[in-house]
Design a protein around this ligand. Structure first.
Ligand code: 5GP
Length: 183
């Protein structure tokens, strides 16, 4: 879906389809270089990371494996609850594996800091994070995100996997959801 199709639901574009593609290519090249011969396991966080995972892995030139987790930290609202619950766990044992978590956005950092230590405690050799977006002003906990697409202001964004009430995930760009949609 493009901007014209959502009309006034989106008040500002944060990253266009072209900017996203360029950033993904840049991140893929860095991940390729860093994980050469390491058989990296990419763990996508459902459902927000689907687009990033699909594009990132296809832009990479090394073999990878993919797995998925679903965790909940948000209801259908726009505020982080800080409560993390596993809705779908990994399909495999990650002992000794080099794991790269692929996430849509780091907001308060609560979800990722919990997820990172959870995966570490399972015996992974390394756990790093790639996030398409980060809101530095919203951070409540310090999380080391090795690969960041874009730093953005503290606003509620949708598109490229990110939803509001399960809608807007299929926008080809990322934009700020207009306030009148949720206030
Ligand atoms: P955190 O634990 O870092 O506060 O939140 C992480 C999760 O909250 C993200 O994976 C995402 O699902 C959701 N989230 C945080 N900020 C936004 C936002 O601006 N838009 C959308 N759609 N989801 C967000």
């Amino acid at each position: 879906m493009d901007l014209a199709a959502v009309g006034t639901d989106v008040e500002k574009v944060i990253a266009t389809e072209e900017q996203l593609a360029a950033k993904i290519a840049e991140l893929a090249a860095r991940v390729d270089a860093d994980y050469k011969d390491k058989n990296v396991l990419l763990v996508g966080v459902l459902k927000g990371a689907i687009m990033a995972m699909a594009d990132l892995t296809r832009a990479m030139q090394t073999h990878i494996e993919m797995d998925w987790m679903a965790v909940s930290s948000y209801g259908s609202g726009t505020k982080s609850s800080g409560v993390v619950r596993i809705l779908k766990d990994l399909d495999r044992d990650i002992t000794g594996r080099h794991v790269l978590i692929v996430e849509d956005i780091v907001d308060t950092g609560l979800t990722l800091s919990w997820l990172k230590s959870n995966l570490f405690s399972r015996g992974a050799a390394s756990v790093e994070i790639l996030a398409i977006l980060r809101k530095p002003e919203a951070a409540k906990v310090e999380v080391d995100v090795k690969y960041v697409g874009f730093d953005i202001p503290k606003e509620f964004v949708v598109g490229y996997g990110l939803d509001f009430d399960e809608k807007y995930r299929n926008l080809s760009f990322i934009g700020v959801l207009a306030k009148h949609m949720y206030s």
